[in-house]
Ligand binder design. Structure first.
Ligand code: NAP
Length: 352
């Protein structure tokens, strides 16, 4: 089954179905060589991945993408520059939420504009750490004002659950997309969010689809890793594997993915990514990389699909999952729990 490599989120807004993630270029994933990183981003563009994800809180990454835009223009010309889309996030610090103001939101937007070297932001994906602190709807309205003023092209959200997305829609905010975790290990969007998105034409842009690299040959047949793990992605997704049903069930899943991958001449990550891309409401998957080693494989992600029979074989394992449970990001919102306690809540001031 062939599938499209690009998708129109609006008639005049086309993205690649594989988005290059920027978190792995921030801290916590080893040393990043800035020049090599810019060359990698150019190589992504050349391979057909022309949409890039970053955030105000990914230290140095918006600046890096700004420098990449300049290099792309110099080396590939204006048409290339016009084709790329850069999706950022706006993640106000937890400590600022009680006194959040339009001015504060605007200052973060201005900072992203300056770092990315653009006149407007293609997509701003808004995050709110704590629903018990009022104000997220007001913040969405300010973002919508800023959109009307021309500094933002589209508004999205990230890590909002079904009832809160519903309230944003009911408030009349034109939500283009939601960025959420969705993978062969983590099906929480299927507990309400997917249905809501289908009803309202909201696109899901999904992270976690290769589980920080766990969904790859390196871990097939490997012993369960012991703490501490090598980088922040692996820490995050090992917790998801534990909830999924543990290392033994995960290995069963890897074996099935590997069998399909070998038959198709692709790799495990590609099968795992295609599984998510085939899901209703999913417009794109966001795949992170520390370097250029996975570009060729990731560019092939959206160049094909999985057969019904292959999806059925994968789901014979996934039906036995024990979690992760609940709505999107509910587990992560518990700041004292296993998932929430590994997060950093006040990075915006630090990244300024
Ligand atoms: N909104 C949010 O809360 C949120 C949270 C997390 C991530 N994100 C976004 O999503 C992006 C992706 O992050 P993620 O957490 O979902 O990580 P991910 O994409 O699941 O994992 C990235 C890692 O997987 C490995 N990898 C990538 N392609 C591979 C391939 N073809 N084969 C084997 N391994 C491969 C690489 O690790 P090695 O280099 O070790 O091989 C890479 O660093 C981030 O950069 C960020 O933009 C957003």
């Amino acid at each position: 089954m062939k599938c499209a490599t690009t998708i129109d989120l609006k008639p005049d807004y086309t993205i690649s179905r594989v988005i290059r993630g920027g978190w792995q270029l921030a801290g916590g994933h080893g040393t990043i060589d800035r020049d090599a990183a810019i060359r990698d981003l150019i190589a992504c563009y050349d391979a057909g991945i022309f949409t890039f994800d970053c955030a105000d809180i990914y230290t140095g990454v918006e600046e890096l993408i700004g420098a990449f835009r300049a290099r792309l223009f110099a080396e590939r010309g204006l048409d290339a520059l016009k084709q790329i889309k850069v999706h950022t996030k706006l993640v106000p610090d937890l400590s600022t939420l009680p006194q959040i103001s339009k001015q504060h939101i605007l200052s973060i937007i201005e900072q992203s504009l300056m770092r990315l070297r653009v006149d407007y932001l293609d997509l701003v994906q808004f995050h709110w750490w704590d629903y018990s602190i009022p104000g997220f709807l007001g913040a969405f309205h300010w973002l919508d004002d800023i959109r009307r003023e021309g500094k933002i092209r589209h508004i999205g959200g990230t890590n909002f659950d079904t009832p809160h997305v519903k309230s944003v829609i009911e408030a009349g905010i034109p939500v283009l997309s939601l960025q959420v975790q969705y993978s062969v290990l983590d099906a929480r969007p299927e507990n309400g969010l997917v249905e809501l998105c289908l009803e309202h034409g909201i696109a899901l842009l999904c992270y976690g689809s290769v589980a920080g690299g766990f969904l790859g040959e390196r871990w097939l047949g490997a012993l369960e890793p012991e703490w501490p793990l090598e980088n922040r992605s692996l820490v995050k997704y090992k917790l998801i594997i534990d909830d999924f049903g543990g290392w033994a069930l995960f290995q069963e899943l890897l074996k099935i993915l590997d069998r399909i991958a070998r038959r198709e001449g692709i790799d495990i990550a590609t099968v795992a990514g295609r599984y998510v891309l085939a899901k209703p409401a999913v417009a794109a998957i966001i795949v992170g990389a520390r370097n250029s080693s996975h570009i060729v494989s990731n560019a092939r992600l959206a160049q094909g699909g999985l057969s019904e029979a292959d999806i059925g074989d994968i789901d014979e394992v996934t039906v036995r999952r024990t979690g992760p449970a609940g709505d999107t990001y509910t587990l992560e919102r518990d700041r004292t729990g296993r998932h929430g306690s590994i997060m950093l809540y006040n990075l915006n001031a630090k990244a300024s």
